[in-house]
Design a protein. Structure first.
Length: 61
């Protein structure tokens, strides 16, 4: 996979992260908030791993 394709796919993933953040702010999420927090943490870890692996890739996160 080339860097532009990786960048585009990562931007899609990051847009989903923003959706999760908005969902966290909604009242009444109950126990699903634990799953949302876990998903956010895993996405953050993925982004950090990609930044370390591809330091030349411009990621806005």
């Amino acid at each position: 996979m080339d860097l532009p394709t990786l960048h585009d796919r990562l931007q899609i993933i990051l847009s989903k992260r923003e959706s999760l953040k908005m969902l966290m702010e909604l009242p009444g999420t109950g126990t699903i908030s634990i799953d949302i927090q876990s998903a956010l943490a895993e996405l953050d870890e993925l982004v950090n791993d990609i930044k370390r692996t591809f330091p030349d890739l411009d990621i806005s996160a």
